[in-house]
Ligand binder design. Sequence first.
Ligand code: NAD
Ligand code: TYD
Length: 343
Amino acid sequence: MKNILVTGGAGFIGSAFIRHMVATYPDYNIICYDKLTYAGNIDNLLPVSDEPNYRFERGDIADRAAVHTALQRHNIDTIVNFAAESHVDRSILSPDAFIHTDVVGAYILLDEGRKHGIGRFCQVSTDEVYGDIDEGLSVEGDRFLPNSPYAASKAGGELMLRAYQVTYGMDTVITRGSNTYGPYQYPEKLIPFFTTEALDDRPLPLYGDGLQIRDWLYVDDHARGVDCILHRGKTGEAYNLAGENQRHNIEVTRQILEQLGKPPTLIRHVPDREGHDRRYAMTAAKARALGWQRAYNFERGLAETVRWYVENDWWWRKIKTGEYLAYYQSQYSDRLAAATAAP
Ligand code: NAD
Ligand code: TYD
């Protein structure tokens, strides 16, 4: 392993992974390949932009010719694929881009990677492929029951990896992370969205009763988990990267408000997300057996995250304009009009 193509590296988790890899492995060349969609942000990579073992190349993972050129130009031997459309609500409004990137893009990367003769291919996937689970913990052998277009597109990408491993003997590994939070997360996802809205005393649209459960993983722990599986995972295997920190959405929302010193009256119960999964929860035992250990509990991770958004409004204020406002309008204006105040 020497020349690693990190696709989607200008996004939230991909950029944390690049910052970690560039600092940890000075002998590796880390090449970020990213289309820079609305979610891609070159500011996320400012901390490494002058490092000698880091490069950036703009491109689409579903563009075969561009992928081919990037693999050749940088003599790539390893691919870590973070590139995806990643927001469930957007996948409900408009699934097309999800199929393009998460299914077709994953396939093109695999296919060009195979022809180029790469070694390891690591696919960054999600607990959402397991779907909603009432009780217990998802384990890696569980069947896929994805419920949103996003979850189904990620499951489709994973299945292409499986086919390329079984059929062509490609060296593939898969990570399935749980809900991730931390600095540099696009402010459409629950924690950065509610933190930045509350800072401006705006209403927080909590879907349904707010009693849905997510399992929260701090972004640096996720990045180190991908590093661990990339180096130590067994070919053809998938590994859960679970936060093992289950929380109700309402509880997370109240903690954010408390930390900001804002009132719970900002909470609005709005009509639920369509097909909303009630609960995700996984065990991380298999990844732990390879030596992965989380450093953050939820209280510390949330405190550091909220503080980061307070201190870095230069980063998120310029995002919350243009396309962001159009999306906000289509996702929330009717919902907020139908809202009920916090009980
Ligand atoms: P993100 O939306 O912040 O970033 C996605 C990145 O991919 C952006 O930089 C974007 O420009 C890039 N991209 C999108 N389409 C592309 C294309 N066709 N070609 C090249 N680049 C493209 O996402 P994230 O939250 O950092 O998630 C990264 C990965 O981790 C995704 O695969 C996601 O499914 C997975 N994941 C996310 C979470 C989470 O809670 N955020 C949890 C588990 C797994
Ligand atoms: P999100 O951050 O979109 O992640 P995911 O859908 O991948 O789990 O949402 C986390 C939880 O928060 C999910 O149960 C939906 C809920 N949620 C709201 O209640 N209101 C919102 O405005 C958003 C964005 C999410």
